[in-house]
Design a protein around this ligand. Structure first.
Ligand code: HT7
Ligand code: ZN
Length: 883
């Protein structure tokens, strides 16, 4: 397989300005005709025109109406090359035949249930027709669709519907025209039996936009929340960024077979049904929140991605990092900012930090790839969003908005790079960002150490920072990064100290005054070692470091346990209150893991129990915050901190602490459950979600006890729940204990929900991730369950992905979990390489484990690599994992 490098980027030799597509959709084959107006970058040049194409049958190719002779083009499995095209403008017409019904890769044109749909990002358009499939080719499109009228009554594409009518033989057609230039990855087509929920949005300039959400008729009642989310997103983008929707129609289509979450095709977003369909009975609060965020995300792409797009795929974070940041902010504004920040930082730590420390580590802007699909990663998305957040932290809300305005003013209608975004932020604010661009090019999570010293005589408080960026594949030597550290200092009563000035790098900087006190300031750490000295500090303060998680780094401070308990109780930065509790819990868990490995009796620190009790019982705190604050760090996070990851020890210790807390705080947890019950109908709003989150966390703790009173309570909760959030939480708690009750309740749940595939996926995921010993056998049985289908990505993510998330069973020391995954990956790769490569990633950190596990996992990776006809997708992940 060929590796593609950022440094090799070249401007295209030819541009396209209009593209007229015609699809004749059939039951066996589909004929695609394209008419492209082509012009060379340099008039009179003599370059060949190389078009990408995959799995296409070429029917004809003409230039300016003349069919090309055989010697005038070259065809191979990946390209159609026009050997010497005209040196001026010309019209290229190509006819191809494709087989969407046989396309199980779910990229290009494919069938989902009985409907046609497309997925072109990143490089799926080349499976539809021969084209320069790269984002810097931007053209205006029309699209004519012809199909059987009874099978496909609805025909959709980008832009505006300009013509429709009937044809002979029971067929009909529709013609769509998109007035905006776009890269081909934003092209979309949908044809099928669908109905729409309709609504309107009046933009702030008074234009009326028709909004349509399309699903099979029976699912329409479940689209109300998606419509609410879309309207909220449209309003938010106007309010916060002044960005208005630019067409009179916005379509969303929900499809059950989709490799990722959703796709931002211009005015025709296509969504995985999971992220559109919701009712209180079938979707949890988590699902509702995800729908809000993803509907927002795809809508926000209309400006950050579509109007201004990427020059090449290395710049993916330009649109994805920025748009994740925008959806995070949107969700924060719609709910609780602190809780959203905690959720986003947890996601970063649980998924991105391990990637940054493993064989697939890559910069936010990767330097190379074999298959671009493999770079839709948490690094590009989530770390990319943290990079955008740092601009905002450094510039403030107004400064950031100025930067965004300039970015659109300069680049609307263009395909640009991350430097252009950086320059807009810098120029709009006259800012000095020193070496900030390193965040795009250096992989690895920086480690930041802080040592503090108080000088009572001088009334100064010093913080000495030292940073280290770890080695990552291909990057053995790193430079120091620009790390914005938001900091506050607490006095002995827990109040924020007003910061007057800070001395740094030979300069004194004034921070606040009596009339304008400053309680949080941003230190710009840019060197390997650096000291900041705060003046006029009258007592030894407790520092609240990296407030709001102001940079994606691993922070190592010299805070003592008592400092951390103090911050947990008093910090005005709620994020850091949570963080203090997490640091304490991580320390505690690691020390108990050591005890477990030395076969010592485990004893839980009573101060920790007391700390959690006081959080749990503090009625002044937000309930969702309490739920997060009393949740222990995940097993993965603890394993990441160990020299050699020991899944059994970490699992045993986490369970031990959970049980100890549950029995010590049983009364408190029971009261929490009781006082957070409600017979009101389900509502998706922060107070209600927070109430349910707290109640469910308490139930989960109680579920770890072997206590008939608790079992009765859980069963009652399960039976009487009127919404999925509460019913599923009870089921999860019951699932922890193997036995007859567990089996009966799982069977009952399936019987109740077997008609709803999204709920059945939850049922698969719960059982797959179970910690009950030897669960691999159960998962194998579920593979043969009539509701399972290896061709549907959601089902694969639930059952196989769910299983890989279970530390004890996936990492079983007999290798049964690894063998199971290895065999499935080979099978899956034949159907859907993108999904198979996501699954094979579960092996990528095999070197973190003991020798026995290493050998077992390595053998599976080798087996996968030696299998016949392996896709480039899986090859890239498996080979990099072994390197
Ligand atoms: N921009 C979208 C990316 C996407 C995708 C990428 C590769 C393969 C399949 C895909 N489906 C969607 C999603 C997003 O907004 O981030
Ligand atoms: Zn996106």
């Amino acid at each position: 397989p060929k590796e593609i490098f950022l440094k090799d980027y070249k401007q295209p030799d030819f541009y396209f300005d209009t593209v007229d597509l015609k699809f004749s959709l059939g039951e066996e084959k589909t004929i695609v005709s394209s008419k492209i107006s082509v012009y060379p970058r340099v008039e009179g040049g003599s370059s060949p025109l190389v078009l990408d194409g995959q799995d296409l049958k070429l029917i004809s190719v003409t230039i300016d109406g003349k069919a090309l002779k055989e010697e005038e083009y070259c065809l191979n499995p990946r390209h159609l090359t026009l050997v010497s095209p005209p040196s001026g403008r010309f019209t290229l017409e190509i006819v191809t035949e494709i087989l969407p019904q046989k396309n199980t890769s779910l990229e290009g044109l494919y069938k989902s249930s009985s409907n046609f749909c497309t997925q072109c990002e990143a490089e799926g358009f080349r499976k539809i027709t021969f084209y320069q499939d790269r984002p810097d080719i931007m053209a205006k499109y029309t699209c004519r669709i012809e199909a059987d009228k009874s099978l496909y009554p609805v025909l959709l594409s980008n832009g505006n519907l300009i013509e429709q009518g009937d044809l002979q033989g029971g067929r009909h057609y529709a013609v769509w025209e998109d007035p905006f230039k776009k890269p081909c990855y934003l092209f979309a087509l949908v044809a099928g039996q669908l109905e729409s929920r309709d609504d309107t949005f009046i933009t702030r300039s008074g234009r009326k936009v028709l909004l349509k959400i399309w699903t099979p008729a029976q699912d329409l009642p479940k689209t109300a929340h998606a419509m609410y989310s879309l309207k909220a997103a449209m309003k938010w983008d106007e309010d916060v960024f002044g960005l208005e929707y630019d067409l009179d129609l916005f379509n969303i289509v929900a499809v059950p077979d989709f490799n990722m979450g959703a796709m931002e095709n211009k005015s025709l977003n296509i969504f995985n049904s999971k992220l559109v369909l919701a009712s209180p009975e079938t979707a949890s609060d988590g699902d509702y929140a995800a729908i809000l965020g993803v509907i927002g995300h795809e809508y926000f792409h209309n400006w950050t991605g579509n109007r201004v797009t990427c020059r090449d795929w290395f710049q993916l974070s330009l649109k994805e990092g920025l748009t994740v940041f925008r959806d995070q902010e949107f969700s924060s504004d719609m709910g609780s900012r602190t809780v959203k920040r905690i959720a986003d930082v947890s996601k970063l730590r649980i998924y991105q930090y391990p990637q940054d420390a493993g064989p697939m580590a890559h910069p936010v802007r990767p330097h190379s790839y074999i298959k671009m699909d493999n770079f839709y990663t948490v690094t590009v998305y989530e770390k990319g969003a943290e990079v955008v957040r740092m601009y905002k932290t450094l510039l403030g809300k107004e400064g950031f908005r100025k930067g965004m305005d300039l970015y659109f003013k300069r680049h609307d209608g263009q395909a640009v790079t991350c430097e252009e975004f950086f320059a807009a932020m810098r120029d709009a604010n006259g800012a000095d960002f020193s070496n900030f661009l390193l965040w795009y090019s250096q992989a690895g999570t920086p480690s930041l150490k802080v040592a503090s010293a108080y000088n009572p005589e001088a009334r100064t408080y010093s913080l000495k920072f030292s940073q280290e960026v770890p080695q990552t594949p291909g990057q053995p030597v790193k430079e120091p990064m620009f790390i914005p550290v938001a900091i506050g200092l607490l006095d002995s009563t827990g109040k924020d100290i007003a910061l007057s000035s800070v001395y740094h790098d030979g300069k004194l900087e004034q921070l606040g005054s009596n009339s304008q006190p400053v309680y949080t300031t941003i230190l710009r750490v840019t060197k390997k070692e650096e000291e900041f000295i705060f003046n006029d500090i009258s007592e030894r303060p407790i520092p609240s470091l990296l407030r709001g998680f102001s940079a994606p780094v691993r922070l190592h401070s010299d805070l003592t346990d008592s400092d951390l308990f103090f911050l947990l109780a008093h910090d005005s930065d709620e994020f850091n209150r949570w963080e203090a509790g997490q640091i304490l819990a991580r320390k505690l868990m690691l020390s108990l893991v050591g005890d477990f490995q030395e076969s010592k009796t485990l004893v839980l620190n009573p101060q920790f129990v007391q700390g959690l009790r006081s959080i749990l019982c503090d009625s002044s705190l937000d309930k969702e915050f309490i739920s997060k604050a009393i949740t222990l760090p995940g097993e993965g996070e603890i394993m990441d901190m160990m020299e050699v990851a020991d899944p059994d020890a970490v699992h045993a210790v986490r369970n031990f602490i959970r049980k100890e807390l549950a029995s010590a705080l049983k009364e408190e947890f029971l009261n929490t459950v009781k006082s957070n019950c409600s017979s009101e109908p389900y509502e998706f709003n922060h107070p209600n979600m927070a109430r349910r989150a707290l109640k469910n966390t308490a139930l989960a703790y109680l579920g770890s006890l072997s206590d008939p009173e608790v079992t009765e309570l859980l069963l009652n909760e399960y039976r009487t729940a009127t919404n999925m959030t509460e019913q599923f939480a009870a089921l999860v708690a019951i699932e922890q204990k193997p036995g007859e009750i567990r089996d009966q309740v799982l069977a009952d749940f399936y019987n109740k929900w077997q008609h709803d595939f999204l709920v059945v996926n939850k049922w698969f995921a719960l059982q797959a991730a179970s910690d009950i010993p030897g669960n691999v056998e159960n998962v194998k049985k579920l593979l043969a369950h009539p509701a399972f289908d290896l061709r549907n990505p959601n089902k694969v993510y639930s059952l196989i992905g769910g299983f890989c998330g279970s530390r004890v069973n996936f990492h079983a020391k007999d290798g049964s979990g690894y063998k199971f995954l290895g065999e499935i990956v080979v099978q899956l790769d034949k159907l859907n390489p993108q999904v198979a490569s996501r699954m094979v990633s579960a092996f990528s950190r095999w070197k973190r484990y003991d020798e026995t596990r290493q050998n077992l996992a390595k053998a599976q990776l080798e087996m996968i690599l030696s299998s016949n006809g392996l896709s480039e997708n899986v090859y890239e992940i498996a080979s990099k994992s072994l390197a």
